[in-house]
Ligand binder design. Sequence first.
Ligand SMILES: Nc1nc2c(ncn2[C@@H]2O[C@H](COP(=O)(O)OP(=O)(O)O)[C@@H](O)[C@H]2O)c(=O)[nH]1
Ligand SMILES: [Mg+2]
Ligand SMILES: [Zn+2]
Length: 301
Amino acid sequence: MTEQRIEENREGTIIRLQGGFYDVMTPEGEVRSRARGNFRKRGISPVVGDEVVLHIESETGYILEVKERDNFLVRPPVANIDQALLVVSAAEPDFSAHLLDRFLVLIEAKEIQPVILLTKMDLLDEVKGPAVREAIAAYRKIGYTVIETSSETLTGVEQVRPLLAGKTSVLAGQSGVGKSSLLNALEPSLDLETSAISKSLGRGRHTTRHVTLMPLAEGLIADTPGFSNLDFPYDMEIEDVRWSFPEFVAVQDDCKYRGCLHLNEPGCAVKEAVEAQEIMSSRYENYGMFIDEIKNRARRY
Ligand SMILES: Nc1nc2c(ncn2[C@@H]2O[C@H](COP(=O)(O)OP(=O)(O)O)[C@@H](O)[C@H]2O)c(=O)[nH]1
Ligand SMILES: [Mg+2]
Ligand SMILES: [Zn+2]
């Protein structure tokens, strides 16, 4: 019997790092691959999400080339993210416009497309319901996609599926908001651990875990929250915040001063829009807090 040597070049996406190997998803399936030594010499370290060209020799791939990245998250390291699914709960924990705005700024500053997924809609009652529904309408008016879901009743879950197709997505959101439950609702075979309690049970919590991209709904999704740290990164500047509020940007040409920060400047179109209740006052307050946070941080240096 003669052993057939199959040699070919193929393109794919790195989905997993494991024991010095890179698992690459190609149209013909997964290929366990090695990076050529010269990557390290050139200071390139391939990460999950990288688009690569492989040379395949008897079922092992060798990464020949890492394509230029569209974007890159450092913690966890993921490249070429098409969108961030921003998971916020309607209740338990209570809906927080502040947290949502903070995530939106972090995502917009990375020039990643955000999608807002509201979870636990089944827990909304007559008391909490109206304010949350009003907020949902207001974020939609800004232009954000907001999907209302419940992993309990499965409401809205199917609306998430088409958003994932053909894209690499990261999840963002506090612990306990229902990220794993939502993924399980979309794909029960994932069988991800849910509930905050199970986390304290240990199970390899101390081993270094690399992020993995899981195939889901004809797309790839990072298995860990993309933004574990909610502090603004040191390279984020006031200008980044200024450009991260689309409904402010939409009217800022009407501000009297170019470069208006919409704080104490006279003739500010943003402030006028807040007074006319065309811009959410919570957004304006959060904006001010974020600007302060960055200013105070800068002063420490
Ligand atoms: N009532 C209700 N509970 C939910 C829903 N989604 C998640 N939960 C519960 O919220 C807790 C945290 O969910 P989990 O998926 O682990 O959150 P994660 O930390 O964001 O991954 C669990 O006890 C879930 O059962 C939902 O849509 N409705
Ligand atoms: Mg989880
Ligand atoms: Zn202004």
